[in-house]
Design a protein around this ligand. Sequence first.
Ligand code: ARG
Length: 655
Amino acid sequence: MNFLAEIRSRFAKSLHSLTGFEGDVAPVLEQIRPSDGKFGDYQANCAMPLGKQLGKPPREIAAALVESLDVADLCEVPEIAGPGFINLKIKDEAITTALAAAAKDTQHLGVPQAAEPRCMVVDYSSPNVAKPMHVGHIRSTVIGAAIANVLRFLGHKVITDNHIGDWGTQFGMIIYGYKHFVDESALAKEPVAELSRLYKLVNSLVEYHGAKTSGLPAINERIAKQEQTVAELSAAEPTGDKKADKQAAKKLRQAEAALGDLRKEKESIEKKIAAVDEDATLAAMAAEHATIGRAVLDETAKLHADDVTNKELWNKFLPACMDEIQKTYDRLNVSFDHTLGESFYHDRLAAVVTDLQQRGLATESDGAMCVFLEGFAAPFIVRKQDGAFLYSTTDLATIAYRLEEWQPDAILYVVDHRQGLHFEQLFATAKQCGCENVELEHVSFGTVLGEDGKPYKTRSGSAVGLMGLLDEAVDRARAIADESPVLTTDDERQQVAERIGIGGIKYADLAHNRTSDYTFSYDKMLAMNGNTAAYMQYSYARVRGIFGKAKVTEEQALAGADSISIDSPEERALAMQLLRFAEALDKVVEDYRPNHLTAYLFDLAQAYATFFQNCPVIKAETEELKSSRLALCALSARTLETGLGLLGIECVERM
Ligand code: ARG
């Protein structure tokens, strides 16, 4: 049962009978929301805006709505309060009936299945496989998997696709690295470590030359311009007009701040250069490989042109890279229906550009093939001057393939917010090529920050390697497990540590509103109190503990759900919270935000704790009451386990 959805649909009918109402019902129905329980379980706030719209007193509108509202099977008689709020209290009988039904529905716990299932492609994780995966990729992996799970749970058809970067410049880098710097015996023994060393080495040399030849001159030019602006602004004479002078002073301060930022940027570029210059071996390599930037692009172009040697090397390296990312997926316990990487679309890229040309959408500009889009300052480039295709071209080919192969209603891209412009341009282009009816959505997320407020890095300064990060979380979680009096064997402690550690990282990624940045902190994510995985797992274990003490299985406890009593306020509050699972899941898919589900589960754990404090279970006054309360415990355990499961978080039996 989804009370909120049900009440909204009853209101929709009632709205139609309202004289003079002709508008869109959806925004009106949004004014019907869960409330805190003091004045009822739900509150409809639509009479006020409707009153304005229809030019009638809101209380009159509220009375008319209530008059035609058919909710007698669900709610007590609706009450009108204040200027025209409609308060709705769910009948106890409706609650207990819904709980009994939830207990019988072992698969979905009474959560209604989508009336019109949609076919949704979810593109997530999608790392560039020749580079070590980093903390941003966990966020995509964890958020994407949770969204896919929830959509599936609600009855939608979901196709997950890991759009790995297995074809780009990074392969040019390892091919170049292999040709010039490889240690064959290391490659034979530990291919992934050697490839990663080659990637990092070549990348640092490319960055070094890039910084020297273009990064530094460019920043110097920008600094000079900004210095001039600052000089001009500070030379301006006061006009005597207070307001204008104040504004001028503000402008000057802003210009100075911008100059400060640019100087900092220059410092960091200089640091990069110095890191190579100060290392004799690296400096010698850099001198010897002065044209490495161009050379890497050439190696990439040769690979794309089916050069035999480069293709062979690619075929040799790819499996090692895939094994490496698979290790991470195994550890995170995620999988994909498809892993169609960039290389898969290679043959289709030329056709994408031809098609755009034929449609008159792509035109040549400075030798590059561009799509000029209304509302965008820069064009969407689909073929570079040198003939190379780009990330954009591959993504267009990918959309075409997905539409042809799966006919989806929506494609969701769970990708870092920094790619926002790319997706805006991609979607705008795709819309012009005949996919107006597909929902294309960039499910973006913010950066994971270190405690210094900058993108999270390890002490050594490199972007954090994923495996090391997971290991550390598990090591720290082991301390929690070691303190537990109920975990007796080493194996058991290790298993719990693994679940708390990995769960902690996942939960932190999910519980923060995805669009904001968040600060990565082991201490916070592993805390036993607050909205954390450890707290949720502990709550679950505590619920499960009851069954042992009562000497019943969870299934046996669940059988009592046919006659649950909700006479005390704590029982009723827990019951209502259990039944709000469906509402929480609806909210997750509404704007693809899993934090609605973590918030719901946290509230559920708290409602359970309050219930447990106030309502004796094993020592309940009567056998009937004991059975009823055990059933509430069983439903709480099921809902917590199912909800956490959708988030990819495993529970523990004891901790
Ligand atoms: N490989 C890209 C990266 O690591 C993300 C790809 C996202 N998916 C897509 N269809 N563009 O930045």
